[in-house]
Design a protein around this ligand. Structure first.
Ligand code: PEP
Ligand code: MG
Length: 754
């Protein structure tokens, strides 16, 4: 059954349009189940009908004509109950409806399985049998499994069809694609698709005219990869044991071996281009290892494929270096990385659309920092078909509009204009304090990670930088920056913001932030080697960073240092020891360094419940609500499938934050929130109600939050918090908070969303 299932899905993916796909499904399923009829009904939600779209076994003329009201008949019952209906004698069932047009009177056995995608019923897959027959449990599971796969294929096929319509001038129209989360704002521009490296096993074959040139291109890639492996091995000398580094040597050996390189060259000379030739050779070679009895040698198959992938990446890289970015670039791709985003000149990037990731993945944080609207989790995005098309990114409705009609384009332009107006209208707040109507003040800081946004922060009247993500600088290099280089960077940041405080966070890599030159591959990266855990395991790297920060602080006492991902008291103890050690060393070397204000991030539940002890060891706490939410709710902040469950307004998240604030303030220390919720006016209102001392957010949200603070009373915020914190769901809390904002004349902020 599994083989049949795989084959059907493969066949469907190869079809050109939805009709072809559905016709193929019914024929193949009918054959697989040895049954008399297979049909697909699709749900037309706007007309409230299930429409017969394809059949093998009923009258072909009924296709497109038979329409059942939603919920009508056994097919409608399967859809409305969202579960299979399996009957040996359908006409005997009270819900059975006889429809003459289908010619189905003689059929008795019936099974209808809903086709569901993300909780939405797209249609029903139906099989029927002349005789009385109850479909077996195995057949039912087969159809259920197939329907689950079909949902994705149908959506893809629908999109392909819509794109075809877009290509056809006579039928030009607009295509909307839904995402699951976003960075707010609206942008209009031209799609520039950045491909992630194609998976090696999907590299296509392609005929070439000039095998000599192609062979030279491949040889160049091999040479570059060899050099890179040597460099990596050399660089990792300090970080990895000789055993671990042996992998690089093994790769180098494979690259020098005849089989891989010559095999590929032979195929190139036979007329295939390099990616196709490489795929075929690597797969053939890897298969030899897969068949081996020795488990060690079997494992090497994965290494060969990995190496093949690296070579393929290199071949593709070379084609993308001279990328042209139009003036209004909307960057699109499977999984846009921070470096791909930074590759676009800042004045040209207007929007971002990604199949993967969510609004709290790190590329999203960067997009927000740079004020770029974005939509994430657009799982139906066919990036390969969109390059060069006009696209609107709507971070408010979390949708992407491909080729907007003139009316829609006007609408989007109007929204962009209104956004700009709102920002301009708030400019007068720039130098006013974030103070409530009844005189309660908060400090508002900016989150930052680049020089570009630091300079912008300086010019926007913020009171300082509440979170400087130091890893951003590490991303932009091809190796770890050394002490001198880091000292220069930190000094520059402190000088730009002087005398306003700057909180430099120590390196927070791992999770979704993997440095190209320090790859970390783990099964569960967010529960793995991240943040302070890496710093403590690599004291050489950590001390270099601490020394650089301390040295920068000599001339600029506006420095604070923040430790990320603290989950135990001993981690904080060790981090502080290393800090003191760095201080002592520097003093010995004659640098007049001082230990600055030290803070810890509260982003792991264990730290929430140990806050009394942890806070006694430092000067301040900063709540990383992005991670705290993911760890409290067990929702991966990067996974678009569960993005709907991720909400920092969840009552449990609010309760944890309130606990931290109370404890920290009881210990006479200050506490801030620096996760994304600080920049969400609704969440900021509740945090203020809890008595938070300061909020640190992306610059784009700062004046909006200040507007909110200056429009409400502190006592009202407290009362609202007490009213909502015991509600059961984040949705209920958000609804009530939005009503409050609306009543205070702040409806302009409601669009900002989560
Ligand atoms: C957080 O987790 O809320 C935070 C500010 O850190 P980051 O988003 O960089 O993980
Ligand atoms: Mg974090």
């Amino acid at each position: 059954m599994l083989d049949i299932l795989r084959r059907i899905v493969q066949d469907i993916n190869a079809t050109r349009d939805l009709h072809e796909a559905l016709n193929l499904i019914v024929v193949e399923v009918k054959a697989a189940l040895h049954t008399d009829v297979c049909s697909v009904y699709m749900t037309d939600a706007t007309r409230g009908e299930h429409v017969l779209m394809a059949t093998d076994g009923l009258r072909p003329g009924a296709v497109g004509k038979v329409r059942l009201k939603i919920g009508q008949g056994l097919t409608g019952m399967a859809a409305s109950r969202s579960e299979p209906v399996n009957l040996d004698n359908a006409p005997a069932h009270p819900a059975f409806r006889y429809i003459a047009a289908t010619g189905e009177a003689p059929f008795h056995g019936f099974i209808g399985v809903p086709i569901i995608r993300r909780r939405k019923v797209l249609g029903v897959l139906v099989a029927q049998q002349r005789e009385q027959r109850k479909y077996t449990a195995d057949e039912e599971s087969f159809l259920v499994t197939l329907a689950a796969q079909l949902a994705g294929c149908i959506t893809q096929a629908e999109i392909r069809q819509a794109l075809e319509r877009l290509d056809d001038d006579a039928l030009s129209g607009t295509l909307f694609l839904e995402g699951v989360s976003s960075a707010s704002g609206v942008a209009l521009g031209e799609a520039v698709v950045v491909f992630p490296s194609t998976a090696l096993d999907q590299a296509p074959d392609k005929d070439i005219d000039n095998p000599e040139a192609e062979a030279a291109r491949f040889r160049q890639a091999v040479a570059a990869e060899l050099a890179e492996l040597q460099r990596l091995s050399e660089r990792m000398r300090l970080l990895l044991s000789a055993g671990d580094r042996a992998l690089f040597d093994a790769y180098a050996l494979l690259l020098s071996s005849d089989s891989l390189v010559n095999g590929t060259l032979e195929r190139i000379y036979a007329g295939n281009w390099a990616p196709g030739a490489l795929r075929a050779t690597v797969m053939e070679y890897a298969n030899i290892f897969v068949e081996m009895d020795d488990p060690y040698l079997r494992e090497r198959a994965a290494d060969i494929v990995d190496l093949g992938q690296r070579l393929l990446d290199r071949l593709q890289e070379e084609q993308t270096v001279s990328r042209h970015y139009p003036d209004h670039t909307i960057l699109m791709g499977e999984d846009i990385s921070v470096s791909q985003l930074l590759d676009v000149p800042p004045e040209k990037i207007k929007g971002l659309v990604s199949v993967r990731g969510t609004s709290t993945s790190h590329v999203a944080l960067l997009a927000r920092g740079l004020g770029i609207p974005a939509v994430f989790g657009v799982s139906n995005l066919p990036p390969g078909r969109l390059n060069g098309r006009e696209v609107a990114v709507d971070g408010y409705t979390v949708r992407v509009c491909v080729q907007p009609s003139p009316t829609l384009r006007q609408e989007y332009q109007k929204l962009i204009h209104e956004e700009a107006e709102l920002s301009r209208g708030l400019q007068h707040l720039r130098d006013l304090p974030a103070e409530t109507l009844d005189g309660h003040r908060l400090d508002l800081y900016a989150n930052s990670g680049l020089f570009a946004d630091i300079a912008a922060a300086r010019n926007s009247g913020v009171q300082g930088v509440g979170l400087y993500r130091s890893e951003m600088h590490f991303f932009l290099r091809d190796r770890f920056p050394g002490e001198e280089e880091q000292t220069t960077i930190y000094t520059r940041i402190l000088r730009i913001m002087d005398p306003h405080p700057v909180v430099l966070r120590t390196l927070d890599i791992g999770g979704d932030k993997s440095l190209p030159y320090f790859p970390i591959a783990e099964q569960n990266p967010f529960l793995g080697w991240r943040g302070i855990r890496i710093s403590l395991d690599q004291p050489d790297l950590f001390k270099t960073q601490l020394r650089a920060m301390l040295r920068a602080g000599i001339a600029y006492p506006n420095l604070s240092i923040l430790f990320p991902m603290i989950s135990t008291v001993s981690e904080l103890t060790e981090a502080l020891e290393l800090l003191r050690c760095a201080e002592a060393e520097l003093r010995e070397e004659g640098f007049p360094v001082q230990i600055p204000r030290i803070g810890l991030m509260i982003e792991v539940p264990s730290a929430v419940w140990k806050i009394d002890k942890l806070i006694s060891m430092v000067d301040f706490a900063s709540i990383g609500s992005n991670d705290l939410t993911q760890y409290l709710l067990a929702v991966d902040r990067n996974n678009d499938r569960v993005a709907k469950l991720y909400d920092s307004l969840h009552p449990v998240v609010l309760a944890a934050i309130r606990h931290v604030i109370t404890q920290v303030q009881a210990a006479g220390r200050t506490v801030s929130v620096c996760g994304e919720m600080a920049g969400d006016p609704a969440a900021a209102l509740l945090l203020m109600g809890m008595g938070i001392d300061s909020l640190s957010m992306n610059l784009g949200s700062l004046l909006k939050v200040k507007w909110m603070i200056r429009s409400v009373g502190y006592d009202e915020a407290q009362a609202l918090l007490n009213e909502v914190i015991d509600l059961d769901t984040a949705t209920a809390i958000r609804e009530r908070t939005n009503i409050f904002l609306d009543q205070h004349g702040l409806s302009g902020l409601l669009r900002v969303g989560k």
